[in-house]
Design a protein around this ligand. Structure first.
Ligand SMILES: Cc1cc2nc3c(=O)[nH]c(=O)nc-3n(C[C@H](O)[C@H](O)[C@H](O)COP(=O)(O)OP(=O)(O)OC[C@H]3O[C@@H](n4cnc5c(N)ncnc54)[C@H](O)[C@@H]3O)c2cc1C
Length: 464
């Protein structure tokens, strides 16, 4: 039994590890386009900032660790074509030689690629690229290009196009490195994945650390600056119909990703939401013996059904399910809630589940109530306010979502996980008060902050 995983990031490696763990007799190969298997690309901003000193430290596991599990790594090897009928994979190796690899089962973990938005200067024969200081960011290769710009061109300023979570992490990272950062976001507030009330707090944190934040600002073109201008690049944007222009030494375009599906699609795989590979909950594609997982597939969401929500946590789980099923198991991916958290300088923002505009079209009757509480008893030094937005269903009382903003040491990530666990288990907002959660004054309150938030929701909705 030969299992081939295509892709050496979260999904592909998780599949290979699980298969080897369950069946030490299984022959498992991982085909990886670059030389960096099992790297934590989520950690890239912290290598760029200098907080992680060596890129090698970003490896979840070393090549030796991976090989010690018995998997066979084929690095710098690109999968070109899947012959489904013959169960063969055509690959090109490091020296350009083509080879046909036979497989019994295949897991596609080809991931995602950064979206290249329709901004002048990013496409065409004269497109600006890494050598000009214009970067996209997803892979270790992209990271090395960013580092070359930082180390060789010593930029003093940067424009970041996009204020999603990666854009925010990079604003933090480049500021820590000493660059003057301008962040441009086309939506009305930064971090559009949370309500604007919390986005405004993120905005204030960025501004408080000297980031120039331009919201409602759509970037139109990036050009080389004229001689004598302060930066080597010029970014032209518009806000409310007015032209906005900034010069900078480097530009980072981070406006999201799209699934990388060419290989699977050319083999006949059905595509679903956002063009991602359609899979069932067992991570099976419509092609016989071909599974897929991670950022290249549609996401089963516990409240929404099918959507596309590319996240590292999800890719790990889906890869594990694909690996288990590929060797004959029958596991299902239980579904995502889109749980995520981001650190912005000294603060963190997190969300799980749904916001109003996502819940209503899915048939819920959402109500969101904002509140605040201390992370621990305020009489003990060092307490921080936590800003919460609890979303519940007015008809059933079910907890649908939670958004949090607070100090990075206020356990924002672990607190959002309380809500994620509750939503996963279909709890009502009211029932959160019944949870037996821990307390000591330096670390919490008799009523945990989240319980105070859900009680505020119950009070507000009972008055209606
Ligand atoms: C800067 C950054 C920060 C992030 N932070 C977080 C975070 O904090 N939390 C979180 O949950 N998620 C985060 N993510 C998202 C997370 O990293 C991704 O969701 C996750 O890595 C997806 O894993 P994947 O295996 O599906 O795909 P990818 O990581 O995209 O990997 C795809 C793999 O497939 C290989 N490949 C593609 N095509 C071929 C081919 N034809 N032949 C051979 N190999 C091929 C690639 O080389 C790569 O190894 C972050 C992403 C970035 C870029």
């Amino acid at each position: 039994m030969h299992l081939i995983a295509i892709g050496g990031s979260d999904a592909g490696i998780s599949a290979a590890l699980r298969a080897r763990e369950l069946d030490p007799g299984a022959e498992v190969s991982v085909v990886v386009a670059d030389a960096y298997p099992n790297f934590s690309i989520c950690g890239i901003p912290y290598y760029v900032s200098g907080e992680v000193s060596r890129w090698q430290n970003l490896a979840h596991r070393s090549i030796a660790d991976l090989e010690a599990t018995g998997m066979w790594l084929r690095l710098d090897t690109t999968a070109r074509r899947i012959d489904v009928a013959a169960r063969k994979l055509l690959v090109t190796g490091p020296d350009g030689t083509e080879e046909l690899l036979g497989y019994a089962k295949l897991v596609a973990g080809t991931g995602a690629v950064p979206v290249r938005p329709p901004i002048g200067g990013l496409a065409g024969p004269d497109a600006l690229g890494a050598d000009d200081g214009v970067h996209l960011l997803h892979s270790m290769g992209d990271t090395f290009a960013v580092m070359r710009t930082l180390e060789q061109a010593a930029p003093a300023s940067a424009v970041i196009v996009g204020a999603g979570y990666i854009g925010l992490e990079m604003a933090d990272a480049l500021t820590v490195r000493g660059l003057a950062v301008t962040q441009m976001e086309q939506f009305g507030e930064v971090l559009p994945t949370v309500d604007p009330e919390l986005g405004a707090l993120v905005h204030a944190e960025l501004a408080g650390h000297g980031v120039e934040v331009l919201t409602g600002t759509t970037v139109k073109a990036i050009t080389r600056a004229q001689a004598g201008q302060p930066g080597r690049l010029q970014v032209e944007a518009s806000a409310d119909g007015k032209a906005v222009t900034r010069t900078a030494d480097m530009v980072l375009v981070v406006v999201g990703v799209r699934p990388e599906t060419v290989l699977a699609a050319e083999a006949g795989a059905k595509l679903g939401v956002k063009g991602a590979i359609a899979v069932d909950k067992g991570m099976r594609t419509n092609l016989p013996d071909v599974f897929a997982a991670g950022d290249c597939v549609v996401t089963h969401h516990r409240l929404l059904g099918e959507t596309y929500l590319p996240l590292g946590t999800t890719a790990h789980k889906q890869g594990r399910v694909a690996g288990e099923n590929a060797i004959g198991g029958n596991r299902e991916f239980a579904g995502s809630l889109g749980t995520q958290v981001v650190k912005i300088f000294d603060q963190a923002a997190a969300r799980t589940g749904l916001r109003d505009h996502e819940a209503a079209p899915a048939g819920f009757a959402p109500v969101t109530v904002g509140s605040e509480a201390d992370d621990h008893k305020a009489y003990y030094p060092g307490s921080h306010r936590i800003h919460m937005r609890v979303t519940g269903d007015r008809t059933t009382g079910r907890l649908l979502g939670l958004q949090l903003f607070g100090h990075r040491h206020a356990e924002i990530a672990k607190r959002i996980d309380i809500a994620a666990t509750a939503i996963f288990n279909h709890m009502t907002v009211d029932a959160i008060s019944d949870l037996d959660l821990s307390y000591t004054p330096p670390l919490g309150s008799p009523w945990e902050a989240i319980q105070m938030g859900t009680q505020a929701w119950v009070r507000a909705t009972q008055r209606h």
